[in-house]
Design a protein around this ligand. Structure first.
Ligand code: ZN
Length: 219
């Protein structure tokens, strides 16, 4: 598609949105925002809030960068958690993440701006098993990065987690059915630092979810 075609799509799309919403919809959030979720996810265009909510306006405070990293947008994550006080901080990684692949493949030829963002992956990705075939290293890198981001968040927001006002969830969006749970499933790998499947299955944060469904969505 050419730029003029894309621009037409943007503004006709907005026009349809405006016509569908009506004044009352906007009046509900003109004065302030009240999101429920601070979402830290990858900029990858295959990952969007619409994978779990078709109405994300005033519900999801979104922070995105390559590799779903907290440290690269610390102020924005703080704003969601500490200022807007969302009850959930969802750190959402994904399979086939280009940031992880680029890091593992060697990123010294990338521009300085990209290198400095990928540099923050050094600690988690230094633990990737070098003996694995690349596809397995890649997936292990996605998981290690996710747990690392949850660890950073837990240290930073330990007061809120201890008080019970914040739940930190680390999950992976699996659009390739890598985990065999179905294409497009979001799989939970970490809640407040807990990573064992048995513990996650019985985690109080998941008590509203049917036990049989929990089996499908916990790593
Ligand atoms: Zn990614």
């Amino acid at each position: 598609m050419s730029a003029p075609q894309i621009l037409k799509e943007i503004f006709l799309g907005n026009h349809q949105f405006v016509q569908a919403c009506g004044k009352e919809f906007f009046e509900s959030h003109i004065e302030e925002q009240n999101p429920l979720i601070t979402l830290v996810t990858c900029s990858d265009s295959r990952v969007q809030p619409s994978i779990f909510h078709d109405e994300s306006i005033n519900r999801i405070f979104v922070i995105r960068n390559i590799g779903n990293q907290i440290e690269n947008n610390l102020g924005s994550v703080d704003y969601g958690v500490l200022h807007l006080k969302t009850p959930v901080l969802l750190i959402l990684g994904h399979v086939n993440c280009g940031a992880i692949k680029t890091y593992l493949s060697g990123y010294e030829d990338e521009p300085q701006s990209v290198r400095s963002e990928l540099d923050h992956l050094t600690i988690p990705l230094s633990k990737v098993d070098p003996s694995l075939p690349f596809e397995k290293k890649w997936l292990q890198g996605v998981e290690l990065n996710l747990h690392w981001q949850v660890k950073i968040a837990l240290e930073r927001y330990q007061k809120q987690v201890k008080e019970g006002s914040l739940t930190i969830v680390g999950a992976i969006y699996d659009f390739a059915n890598t985990y065999g749970r179905g294409y497009g499933r979001i799989i939970i790998a970490n809640i407040n630092g807990q990573t064992k499947r048995e513990e996650l299955l019985n985690h109080p944060a998941l008590k509203e979810i049917e036990p049989s469904f929990r089996e499908e969505i916990v790593l």
